[in-house]
Design a protein around this ligand. Structure first.
Ligand code: MN
Length: 196
């Protein structure tokens, strides 16, 4: 079994691919690594923040969604690795299936590893992930600039925080999840995706 297939074991076990149209495989293809934020109206509404690392999408569920305000520390709970193709998934997961509900591509783009830029701190993305400290520059349609993901706690209490870094893209005035609620892929609202 390939390394990526092993990483996706938890993802596949939770899903019945005869019933859901969510992707099964992972095929890293992009030159620049990608990120995606999917608004997910499941049992509770949340935002799934995903970064391409080492052939899969490392994933966190962010209940309040990302913020451009440097003072906001958004709770980000780690979830199972997803296939890269999941970044293209927008639609409905059928009732009774894992994560049942509506998925919207709220933002999508590429990113740069900011820690690798620093001479004294040449860290790859997998190393940053393992160390529990990720710093990336996002080039999305909505999210731009530096974002940090910091791991805190241990064991069952492991949690991460998603924080906007202080740069010229930081913005304390607007709440993006309110002002830009629609899909960057289709322009649709959650309701419209659900209705189809
Ligand atoms: Mn989710």
């Amino acid at each position: 079994m390939s390394d990526q297939n092993k990483k996706l074991e938890a993802y596949r076990q939770k899903r019945d691919f005869r019933r859901t149209t969510e992707p099964k495989e992972s095929k890293p293809a992009s030159k620049k690594p990608i990120f995606v934020v999917q608004k997910h109206d499941a049992s509770t509404l949340h935002y799934d923040f995903r970064l391409e690392i080492d052939g899969v999408l490392k994933s966190w569920a962010v209940p309040k969604g990302p913020s451009l305000h440097t003072k906001d520390s958004r709770l980000a709970l780690p979830t199972e690795d997803h296939p890269i193709e999941y970044a293209n998934f927008e639609g409905t997961i059928p009732e009774g299936e894992y994560g049942a509900g509506t998925v919207m591509i709220w933002d999508k783009g590429t990113y740069r590893n900011l820690r690798a830029d620093k001479e004294d701190e040449s860290l790859t993305m997998p190393a940053s992930y393992d160390a529990g400290k990720i710093e990336v520059w996002l080039e999305g349609e909505k999210l731009k600039g530096g974002f940090a993901l910091i791991r805190t706690g241990a064991g069952d209490d492991v949690r991460w925080l998603l924080i906007k870094m202080d740069d010229d893209q930081a913005d304390g005035r607007h709440n993006l999840t309110d002002t830009e609620p629609e899909s960057v892929e289709s322009g649709r609202s959650l309701q419209e995706i659900k209705a189809e």
